[in-house]
Design a binder for this molecule. Structure first.
Ligand SMILES: [Zn+2]
Length: 162
């Protein structure tokens, strides 16, 4: 796991984020203050589990061929509630489990990441209604994306997909 207490590691912005009803789906995560492009926004935290331990309804993201990062029921994190968009404003710029701002984000804006930047189970897909002009219509695993999308997302996928 990433340890933000290491010397020289930039603090994340967890304290200025809040949860509210999403414009797109259920609850979402918003920023109270302006976030500059390139800024570290939040570490993804949770419990590492083998993919066989992931059950329906569990909030979890794939972080390796056989491994998921699942929510910790005792310590739910805001990172578990960030919604998908095909036009995300946060992403894994350095391949580690940390969201960075992909563009300037204004106060009150909802945060979004692209689920295809972590998922890699062949055949997995869910419909997408994110409303972005470049919406792909469905959210798919990275391995199932057309090469134009893979190329576009390559710089914000998790390390294991690079
Ligand atoms: Zn979409």
């Amino acid at each position: 796991m990433v340890d933000s207490r290491e010397a020289g590691v930039q603090e994340d912005l967890k304290s200025q984020l809040f949860m509210s009803d999403s414009g797109i789906h259920g609850k979402g995560v918003y920023t109270r203050d302006f976030i500059q492009q390139g800024r570290l926004v939040i570490h993804c935290r949770g419990i590492e589990r083998h993919k066989d331990e992931i059950v329906e309804g569990m909030r979890a993201m794939q972080i390796g061929p056989e491994t998921y990062l699942a929510e910790d029921p005792d310590h739910p994190g805001l990172d578990d509630f960030i919604n998908h968009s095909c036009n995300p404003n946060v992403g894994f710029l350095d391949g580690s489990l940390r969201f960075f701002a992909l563009k300037d984000i204004q106060p009150g804006e909802e945060l979004f990441w692209d689920y295809s930047t972590t998922m890699n189970e062949e055949g997995w897909e869910i419909p997408c209604g994110c409303g972005a002009p470049n919406c792909r219509g469905k959210i798919q695993s990275f391995c199932d994306l057309a090469s134009e999308h893979k190329d576009r997302l390559r710089g914000i996928v998790l390390g294991y997909l690079r």
